[in-house]
Design a protein around this ligand. Structure first.
Ligand code: SF4
Length: 489
């Protein structure tokens, strides 16, 4: 779903994806509860709202509201129900503003829709089909996409299949119809979407990430292919369309930060990828380091990779989690809380607590997945206040410099790499003794599991040459962004 960038910056320091989707088709399983279980395990991708549509041959029911899935369906409401239900879809929403009316799924004329991604040509489609600015209070790309679909001729499935080739940008869609569950991924494969089979049941599930499958009682079958429109019905699985593109653009940030470490994304186990990032960072560890320390929680997987590499070489450098974050702070409002930059420092100060015994008198190598706007400065100061004698930072990705138009928000109007383009100046600004970022080639090495060819002439083309999008680092966008308003959710 999409919206213009807000004027105030969110508190979060990390990139945020804009949603997760789940879908279930089964005649022998409680499809609503299975969808709910999937949403609970997908809440890391969006905490602002949650919704489920459930359907049978003759009826649909919908329930959605603001908050985490467990709040929406365990506190505010019960699960929506219809008799003899066999299809359900669900959605977790990330948004930094916007009304509750934008919460998904949307339901109209026998089709329910849930979407992860960002459509970049919705303004053109709105004009082409003479659609209103808002429909029942919603103006997002997803709501307009459903309206476009329902301008097509024929039954539900035909309308979906006819409309999909008109959408540009990033999409992983799930649709509930009385004929069955439809899952579709854009031809460049920006966002993940995986298919699972219910264990001991007769049905299938789809989810943004495979980490949802365990609680859904499903096992991984395969990814929905980029460009594939897949129907799951009583006839089983049927690929309705497959629009292949020569150039994939899978979002590398899914692997770096967004996905859970227990997911397999784009065929890569996320934890293995992040430990490989760490092993590569270990080559750049400054001399005489006493302790390797993750920034909680985003730096843990990569820092384990740094530490494991050193243990394997007989090093005695300690690994310690000397920073503590209260997991209960900020859960009431989540990332929806908007604060002034001056207040952000206070929020970050409260967020991190230092375990002094792990820090005093030590030379510390901090590890984090990415640096967005530089709140790490507060952590560095806290470590120094607690007696650290050196603080170095190893970052498991290149500097973030460009906006994302494909559905990830990292508050790019305040990116520290743009404010301080010189790396030494940036390190000084953050109070660091040294700063190292993975290069483009090293990041691709972590994805591929092998060093990239040394013959590559232009490192900025590495991502596209290997089927990934890395535009937030390189500025080389895999789609036309001309005239696209910056959208963040
Ligand atoms: Fe992912 Fe960055 Fe590309 Fe956006 S610009 S899709 S965050 S790699």
């Amino acid at each position: 779903m999409s919206r213009e960038i807000p004027t105030a910056a969110p508190t979060h320091e990390k990139p945020y994806d804009n949603c997760s989707v789940v879908g279930v088709y089964s005649h022998s399983t409680d499809v609503v509860d299975t969808a709910y279980q999937g949403l609970v395990e997908s809440n890391h991708r969006g905490q602002e709202g949650s919704g489920i549509v459930v359907g049978s041959k003759s009826r649909f029911a919908i329930q959605k509201d603001s908050g985490l899935a467990e709040i929406v369906f365990g506190v505010k409401h019960s699960l929506p129900r219809v008799k003899r239900a066999y299809v359900a879809i669900g959605h977790n929403r990330y948004s930094t503003s916007g009304s509750i009316a934008e919460t998904q799924p949307f339901l109209e004329d026998g089709i329910a829709i849930a979407h992860n991604g960002n459509l970049t040509n919705i303004t053109t489609l709105r004009e082409k089909y003479n659609l209103p600015e808002t429909i029942e209070g919603a103006s997002s790309d997803t709501r307009m996409a459903l309206a476009v679909i329902n301008r097509m001729e024929g039954d539900e499935i035909h309308r979906i299949v006819t409309a999909l080739p008109q959408f540009e940008g990033a999409y992983s869609f799930v649709f509930a119809t009385k004929k069955g569950l439809v899952a579709a991924r854009d031809p460049k494969g920006f966002r993940p979407l995986s298919l699972g089979k219910l264990k001991g049941g007769d049905g299938y599930v789809v989810a943004s990430e495979t980490s949802a499958f365990n609680s859904m009682g499903a096992e991984f079958v395969r990814d929905v292919m980029p460009g594939e429109t897949l129907l799951i019905s009583k006839e089983g699985l049927q690929t309705l369309a497959l629009h292949k593109e020569s150039q994939l653009a899978q979002c590398i940030f899914e692997l770096i930060y967004i996905a859970r470490p227990d997911s397999v994304v784009f065929g890569i186990p996320v934890m293995e990828f992040r430990k490989r990032q760490g092993a590569i960072l270990a080559r750049h560890l400054p001399p005489n380091i006493d302790v390797i320390m993750p920034v909680p929680r985003s730096g843990i997987s990569a820092s384990l990779g740094v530490a494991a590499d050193h243990v394997s070489r007989g090093s005695t450098i300690e690994y310690s989690e000397g920073l503590y974050t209260n997991p209960y702070r900020g859960k009431r409002d989540g990332p929806r809380t908007f604060i002034r930059p001056s207040d952000r420092r206070i929020a970050a100060t409260k967020k991190y607590s230092v375990i002094e015994s792990e820090v005093r008198g030590k030379r510390i190598a901090l590890v984090d997945d990415s640096i967005v706007r530089g709140s790490i400065e507060i952590i560095v100061q806290k470590l120094r206040d607690a007696g650290a004698i050196e603080v170095h930072l190893l970052v498991a990705s290149p500097p973030l410099k460009h906006a994302c138009y494909m559905g990830v928000d990292f508050g790019d109007n305040e990116l520290i790499a743009n404010q301080y383009p010189n790396q030494e100046e940036r390190a000084r600004k953050l109070g660091l003794d040294s700063l190292y970022h993975l290069s483009y080639a090293e990041l691709m090495e972590a994805a591929l599991g092998n060093p990239v060819s040394k013959r590559i002439q232009n490192p900025a083309t590495l991502f596209e040459e290997h089927g990934y999008c890395g535009a937030c680092f390189t500025g080389r966008y895999p789609i036309s962004i001309e005239g696209v308003i910056k959208k963040i959710s």
